[in-house]
Ligand binder design. Sequence first.
Ligand SMILES: Cc1ncc(COP(=O)(O)O)c(C=O)c1O
Length: 285
Amino acid sequence: MTKVYLNGTYVAREDARIPVEDRGFLFGDGIYEVVRVIEGRLFAWDAHAARMANGLAGLRIRQDGAESATLRAVCERLVKENGLATGEATVYLQVTRGAAPRIHHFPPADTPTTVFGSTARFTPNVAMRTNGAKGITLPDIRWSRCDLKTVNLLGAVLARQAAQEAGAYEALFHRDGMVTEGAATNAFMVVGGVLRTYPLCHYILPGITRMEIVSLAHELGIPLEERPVSLSDLPRVDELFVCGTTTDVQAIVELDGEPIANGKPGPVTVRLREALTRRLMAGAA
Ligand SMILES: Cc1ncc(COP(=O)(O)O)c(C=O)c1O
């Protein structure tokens, strides 16, 4: 029986209930996190907890019951109770503004939030990581607070569906002629020997994996600039990869039907993928 966490209790997944008036359901009014778990250890917990707190503050959702220590204990207990203390898994956390009659503006300040946690077994796609994947490009139709990890994911849902229909893994968004990020990943490109990625701002999610890649690039002496790459330069980059909690470092070797460079994962991508794997396995950060 798989257990989930809901508002202070651990219950069988099929017994978990949220009211139909939950604002997460009605408005997408909430914040979520996905955390990687390796051999029972939560990877980069503090960074995930800080991003969640920042997201809740950004939406002005109460944080009581969703403090870092509380949520960490929830994750660790779910991992143990669901038999995920060995191998790989993910934890999903979501906090919404709670249930209240459907009015757009905030409900009374004492409305309890909904705090939910669940786990899943995770198996990285080793063949795709090794061989590379296909990507497509799409206009970034999302709102302009992409730095908040809200459960409003329609932009990503539509983009990933378009990718799926094109036989691709990821959709890369562009805004104002610049590549911002993937539908559920951050994007890096090697241009003229320099690793480039969109700078942190409200147009991209501050990915935890992105942060790890930036730190690994420094550690490995790989020149890095947090500077956008234009859509028109994209077909001519030497390497392109996307990264995320469940994506690791994923080479994109074909974009919109055209090969990137020689159509194989490039050396910087491979180095960073291997370095990230070592860090994940060590449970560092
Ligand atoms: C839009 C977007 N960008 C980037 C990422 C990668 O973030 P992280 O490395 O924290 O998983 C995600 C993850 O879901 C995402 O949804």
